[in-house]
Write a protein that binds this ligand. Structure first.
Ligand code: F6R
Length: 239
């Protein structure tokens, strides 16, 4: 795991956008794993700017998002498909982009379909991750074991509390999501994790210096050979 610390969040976004751009320029038919939430927004903004300037062509690029809420209408503005359309999909020329369908009738079958779809493209070249203040990656929440494949998961109270800022109240935050599993994430050739803010510092400490434990799911990333972590000073403050 290589850790870089930057002075502020905008420098993290700049470095992340450079790494993603280099990946696309090096391999125009890249398969990218993407994240939602506040963390990657400024990175996506930079990628969109590069595309609009004619520097970055996404026409060969396929994307798979980490997760989607269960039961939230896809046109709800906080569904992850809406988020991705707003911040990236509608603004660049991607070849294809996929998220799990959180409204599928058979959610277990949907998890399997999504996992197989990722495999059938040849797998993810570069996976972008944020981290929850409880150490979750995707919606792999702290627990007693690691879940391998794409799965239906219950959000923990701490995640519901953290995500209520996107909704009118905590009651409106969906209680379940479909998420890539730990194995799905670890299968990516390369992983890029971004974290900003003091509220991530403890989770980052566990990820970088702690033992591998499902109590902090991000800690498993130490077992992957190509992980780059970009932090601002606040997120790095306990290291
Ligand atoms: C989002 C995701 C989550 C977020 C994490 C951090 O697709 O899978 O793991 O990356 O909850 O969220 P923010 O960036 O809002 O702090």
């Amino acid at each position: 795991m290589i850790v870089h610390v930057f002075g502020d969040a905008s420098q993290v976004a700049k470095a992340a956008a450079s790494i993603l751009s280099a990946q696309i320029l090096r391999k125009p038919d890249s398969v990218l794993g993407l994240a939602t939430g506040a963390t990657p927004v400024a990175t996506y903004e930079r990628l969109v700017k590069l595309h609009k300037k004619g520097i970055l062509d996404f026409s060969g690029v396929t994307t798979f998002n980490l997760d989607e809420y269960v039961g939230l209408p896809s046109d709800h503005q906080e569904s992850y498909i809406s988020f991705m359309k707003r911040h990236l999909f509608d603004q660049v020329n991607l070849k294809a982009s996929y998220l799990p369908d959180g409204n599928a009738k058979d959610l277990a079958a949907e998890c399997q379909r999504y996992e197989e779809l990722i495999t059938s493209t040849g797998g993810i070249d570069l996976q972008l991750l944020g981290i929850g203040s409880n150490g979750h990656i995707g919606f792999n929440e702290p627990g007693d074991n690691f879940v391998f494949g794409t799965n239906l998961t219950d959000l923990t109270q701490s995640t519901i509390e953290a995500n209520k800022r996107f909704f009118d109240s905590a009651d409106q935050v969906p209680r379940q999501a479909i998420s890539m599993g730990i194995g799905t994430i670890l299968s990516a050739q390369e992983i890029l994790l971004l974290a900003m803010g003091k509220n991530k510092a403890e989770a980052v400490l566990g990820m970088v210096r702690g033992d591998i434990t499902p109590k902090n799911p991000s800690s498993i990333l130490k077992g992957h050979p190509r992980v780059t972590v970009l932090l601002d000073e606040d997120a790095a403050s306990l290291l």
